[in-house]
Design a protein around this ligand. Structure first.
Ligand SMILES: Cc1cc2nc3c(=O)[nH]c(=O)nc-3n(C[C@H](O)[C@H](O)[C@H](O)COP(=O)(O)O)c2cc1C
Length: 357
């Protein structure tokens, strides 16, 4: 019997060799925010995945909230990413870039000069942010964006999407999850605006949908996916009485835009509250297109959820850290190596490209 997980899949215009997706994972190896040869090696090592989604990558100087994360808004970034896309394609896989604007989750120490920690409202994110200069620092009170800044930030996403195609990416994933800028607009914990970008479900969804609509116009909806984390708690996000209505509306509208996939996050395997099955079913039904499942998957659960038609693709995150040849191991049933999480975000090869294949 052939496993569905290892069968091919047509994602928009591209063919994936299998249904295993490598989850987006920040690794903080982009010194000066520019992708490099080491990153190309890391991604090429993991090219057995049918599709790789890169680490969160900022479309704006203002979105580089973490230390050493890559950008995608100038020519040096495009040249750096070309190394990655070429290496992954040469190794036989496909790769989407995840566009992550960190919004209020950031610190001035991590930003280039002139950049600012922006958010829908001047509401501070809980917890601290690591900086190379001074270790962990309290999140700053973010600057509430003006209407013109909201428009400019949407445009930054559109430009980054175009640069992604120029850099050779097969597509773009918008990071609408995990408490970063797009979710900061969606969520009442971080969005207290009273203009057309806040308040009602429709208004809070407007930023996500405008970024999606205009990026899709620029590169084609069949090259644009989005990641969402309903009931997520990262970055101080909270669920409320309108959460179900919000995600139902989003999924409906994203379906009308014909995005190539919705990638649903469930971080209960990382200790956050469980995501109700009902909201996942609602998103699937209202969106109507390809669903990427994620969070705590092993082979058996992936196979079961594919057979149960909960989604078409399954993303694996932490298992890829220490198992570059994860697909081979899932096929053979070999035991998986455990990653050393102390080197998850440290610069250099150690705990990055030195896990045995
Ligand atoms: C080191 C690390 C970095 C991560 N960075 C990102 C990121 O940049 N963007 C994102 O959407 N999720 C990020 N995540 C979450 C993963 O994509 C994934 O949802 C999570 O690890 C749960 O899946 P898993 O159980 O297969 O690991 C990260 C997770 C880890 C462990």
């Amino acid at each position: 019997m052939t496993d569905r997980l290892f069968s091919t899949f047509k994602l928009g215009p591209i063919e994936l060799a299998n249904r295993v997706v490598m989850s987006p994972m920040t690794r903080s190896r982009a010194i000066g925010n520019v992708p490099n040869d080491l990153m190309a090696t890391y991604y090429a090592q993991r090219a057995e995945a049918g599709l790789i989604i890169t680490e969160g990558t900022s479309p704006s100087p203002n979105g580089l909230g973490y230390a050493r994360i890559p950008g995608l808004f100038d020519e040096a970034h495009v040249a750096g990413w070309k190394k990655v896309t070429t290496a992954v394609h040469d190794a036989g896989s496909r790769v989407f870039v995840q566009l992550m604007h960190t919004g209020r989750v950031g610190h001035a120490n991590n930003l280039p000069s002139g950049a600012r920690v922006l958010a829908p409202s001047a509401v501070v994110a809980p917890g601290t942010m690591y900086t190379d200069q001074a270790g962990p620092q309290e999140h700053p009170v973010p600057v509430a964006m003006t209407d013109a800044e909201v428009e400019a930030t949407i445009e930054e996403h559109v430009q980054a999407s175009k640069l992604a195609i120029e850099a050779g990416f097969d597509g773009v994933e918008l990071h609408g999850a995990n408490g970063y800028l797009i979710e900061q607009f969606l969520n009442t914990a971080s969005n207290q605006r009273t203009d057309r970008w806040g308040g009602s479900v429709e208004n809070r969804a407007r930023f996500a949908l405008e970024v999606a609509r205009r990026s899709a116009e620029a590169i084609g909806a069949d090259r644009l996916g989005i990641r969402l984390s309903p009931y997520g708690a990262f970055g101080g996000m909270v669920a409320d009485a309108e959460t179900d209505a919000l995600y139902a509306h989003l999924a409906t509208e994203l379906g009308k835009l014909k995005l190539v996939y919705v990638h649903v996050v469930d971080h209960s395997s990382m200790g956050t509250p469980p995501v109700p099955d009902a909201i996942k079913s609602t998103i699937r039904a209202k969106f109507g297109g390809t669903i990427v499942l994620s969070g705590g998957y092993d082979k058996a659960r992936a196979e079961a959820d594919l057979l149960a038609e909960k989604g078409e693709l399954v993303a694996f995150g932490r298992p890829f850290l220490a198992n570059p040849k994860l697909v081979s191991k899932l096929k053979s049933g070999d035991a998986l190596a455990q990653a050393d999480m102390s080197t998850a975000y440290t610069p250099g090869e150690k705990g990055y490209t030195d896990y045995p294949a």
